[in-house]
Design a protein. Structure first.
Length: 213
């Protein structure tokens, strides 16, 4: 147990919307530093990690090529990590509709995900989600871009934080789009593409709490 009051947060910067996450984090007083992570040395220097949206298959290939795959797997077992969109796929224990040749996953989160649940880029949409335990009573405007969803919870330790709340195409309103399992957080949508940092603040506080236990 520590009395840590600030943390250094890394954002995996192999591909995807990492700069937007870094800019969000810089506004939070509990974040001493927010850095892009591309090397094992940078990964080992941070207290917590965000895996951003992007293309999960490409992320896995680049991580393996840069010898980051096993260090990332070790990191997510022990330290606070948040996966958004493609990052959620990376954290999942299982993924449906993986591309030919398979999908490199980090694992750690007891969920099975469906990739690209809503279709192509042109099928992107925004919707209001109610997550009172996470962001308070005011709903959060969630942006879904070629987003995955959680098809199945595989562990009793996984806590559901948000559901879609309305039917989108063939995807039902009850579909799960955000979960937490201990020090791991996952969202199917892109909080970094809004001007609302409440989810980033939740993750940072969640990370600090994990160090104080």
């Amino acid at each position: 147990m520590t009395n840590q009051t600030t943390i250094k947060v890394g954002v995996l910067a192999l591909q995807g919307a990492f700069l937007e996450h870094i800019n969000m984090l810089k506004d939070l007083p509990e974040v001493s530093e927010a850095i892009p992570v591309r090397t094992v040395e940078q990964l080992s220097s941070v207290d917590a990690l965000i895996i951003p949206g992007g293309e999960s298959t490409s992320m896995g290939i680049i991580a393996e090529r840069w010898n980051l795959l096993e260090p990332l797997r070790a990191f997510v077992k022990e330290k606070p990590t948040w996966g958004t969109c493609a990052g959620m796929i990376m954290l999942a224990q299982e993924a449906n509709s993986a591309k030919k040749g398979g999908q490199q996953l980090l694992g750690g989160l007891g969920i099975r995900v469906n990739r690209n649940q809503f279709g192509t880029q042109k099928d992107s949409f925004g919707t209001l989600l109610h997550m009172p335990e996470v962001v308070g009573e005011e709903p959060f405007h969630a942006i879904f871009i070629r987003a995955p969803v959680i098809a199945e919870i595989l562990s009793d330790d996984v806590k559901v934080l948000a559901r879609l709340e309305r039917q989108v195409g063939d995807t039902t309103a009850e579909t799960i789009v955000a979960v937490q399992q201990g020090h791991l957080l996952a969202t199917a949508f892109h909080p970094e593409l809004t001007h609302d940092n409440r989810l980033h603040a939740f993750f940072v506080k969640m990370a600090l709490k994990s160090f104080q236990q």
